[in-house]
Ligand binder design. Structure first.
Ligand code: NAD
Length: 470
């Protein structure tokens, strides 16, 4: 079987499927190839299922607060009961809904979804093994969107008790103890969720701090939560070996003083980063340059080969779904003849820890390093009526705005606190529009909402916050 098309997209994750929908909308004859389920890591085994598990874990912990004497005058004498199998089933139902939604959107946009793994023979031709036999697809434009996979530690490959985030989202039974290697995005999001579900969690992190992308002030509320919930955090520590006997795996590691230590668990989650998927699909048969482990692209996501494009995790940091989608949409429009470039002022990143943490643009330290004189405005959620009324004002959270001192143009916005992820849109918008402190302070924010903390942080930057004394 053979098929010729204008645009061939490989990988139906948030990069590839968005590129395909946009290409379809623009009237381009488009084929997307996917070997797994449409939706990619984000939708099938990453962002969405993890947010479902995190939500369920938070609900379970909150209900637990009503056990015994209760909380807020509400008591649940016997406390909540957990059925991990049903929790995973519920999470799967959300994944199924989104997966069929993506397939429906592709169909409605006139995109052909070919199910199977593609292998490229050259820059414009691939073979796909489908259930109905091999299909040869030739295209004028190729968009590579193969994503990334979890990095393995050579001395403890995935399998059995050693799991990646994929298996961590499918555990039908709650392990009594979970050892997490790596206190970055994935390790902390899932480790905190499992702690909320009642598991004993212990971290081994190579650096001397958690969440390397954020500064000390921002991660303090998360460290506080971990301490309060008795989660051992071994910093400047390196895992060296893992031995499984019966149901228990013992992880050997060296601590900050170079001493050999051990951590035991029924499961060990390895979350030490992700690598772009550049192997197993014939990249070597295409004349494409790499940039370290990533496919090299320019600001239009063009690879070194004419009319071959690459997007998402495959092309570098930040490995975030929304970056991939933005690039996918752009590439489809460029192929259709639009003038576009990938040049965002900032790409917001959220970590769904307890509490949540969000950042877009420069931190005060990064601005200083870049030689920019700054004004910093900060507002604590402890002074927000809405936060207190939602039991979200006591976790040490705050909004922090970094602006250029000479003209008050905002160059970075960071926040930590319960529910702050939902403020990320306003933050990204402000940065993208080159808002000044006066623009944010002068925008009437709804009372009582958490967004008022953003306006108050801008006022603080201007030297006259209302709801916090100087
Ligand atoms: P990460 O880079 O965020 O964190 C990995 C951590 O592992 C680092 O702190 C690192 O110092 C540590 N580490 C590395 N080797 C180690 C070793 N041998 N022993 C102990 N610690 C070690 O990576 P991740 O958490 O695996 O996430 C991967 C990617 O997925 C990230 O690029 C992130 O952008 C993305 N992601 C995003 C979200 C989100 O946006 N909410 C959530 C999850 C993942």
């Amino acid at each position: 079987m053979g098929r010729n098309c204008k645009v061939l997209i490989v990988g139906a994750g948030p990069g590839g499927y968005v590129a395909a929908i946009r290409a379809g909308q623009l009237g381009l004859d488009t084929v997307i190839v996917e070997g797994d389920r449409a939706g990619g890591t984000c939708l099938i085994r990453g962002c969405i299922p993890s947010k479902a598990v995190i939500h369920a874990a938070t609900r379970f912990e909150e209900l637990g607060a009503h056990a015994g004497d209760g909380d807020m005058g509400i008591s649940l004498p016997d406390g909540p009961m957990l059925n991990m199998g049903k929790l995973v089933e519920w999470k799967e139902s959300i994944v199924d809904k989104l997966n069929s939604g993506v397939e429906m959107l592709l169909k409605k946009a006139g995109v052909e979804l070919v199910r199977g793994w593609a292998t490229f023979r050259d820059g414009k031709t691939c073979d796909v093994e489908t259930s109905e036999g091999s299909v040869k697809i030739t295209a004028e434009h190729v968009v590579l969107a193969t994503g990334s996979r979890a990095t393995e530690l050579s001395f403890m490959p995935f399998g059995g008790n050693i799991i990646s985030s994929t298996e961590a989202l499918e555990l039908g039974e709650l392990p009594e103890r979970l050892v997490v290697i790596g206190a970055g995005y994935i390790g902390l999001e899932l480790g905190i969720a499992y702690r909320k579900l009642g598991c004993q969690v212990e971290f081994i992190e190579a650096l001397d701090h958690i969440l390397p992308l954020y500064d000390a002030e921002l991660v303090r509320p998360i460290s506080m939560w971990l301490r309060k919930h008795k989660v051992p955090m071994h910093l400047s520590a390196r895992a060296t070996e893992a031995k499984t006997r019966g149901k228990t795996t013992t992880v050997g590691f060296t601590d900050a003083d170079g001493k050999a230590q051990k951590a035991k668990g029924e499961r060990v989650l390895v979350a030490v980063g992700r690598r772009p998927c550049t192997e197993g699909w014939g990249l070597e048969n295409m004349a494409i340059d790499l940039d370290g482990p990533f496919v090299k692209v320019d600001t239009r996501c063009r690879t070194s080969m004419r009319n071959v494009w690459a997007i998402g995790d495959l092309v570098g940091e930040p490995m975030l779904a929304h970056k991939a989608s933005a690039q996918g949409e752009m590439v489809a429009e460029i192929i259709a003849g639009h003038r576009r470039e990938f040049d965002p002022v900032g790409i917001p990143a959220v970590c769904f820890t307890e509490p949540e943490i969000i950042g877009v643009g420069l931190t005060p330290d990064e601005a200083k390093e870049a030689g920019i004189a700054t004004t910093v405005g900060k507002f604590p959620f402890a002074a927000s009526g809405r936060a207190l009324a939602m039991q979200a004002g006591t976790d040490g959270g705050f909004v922090r705005i970094t602006a250029r001192r000479d003209d008050n143009v905002i160059i970075g916005i960071h926040a930590v606190g319960a529910h702050v992820a939902e403020l990320s849109g306003e933050f990204a918008h402000a940065l993208e529009m080159s808002a000044r402190l006066e623009d944010i302070a002068g925008t009437i924010h709804v009372h009582p909402t958490l967004t008022e903390a953003f306006a108050e942080a801008a006022l603080a930057g201007l030297g006259h916050a209302i709801h916090v004394a100087k």
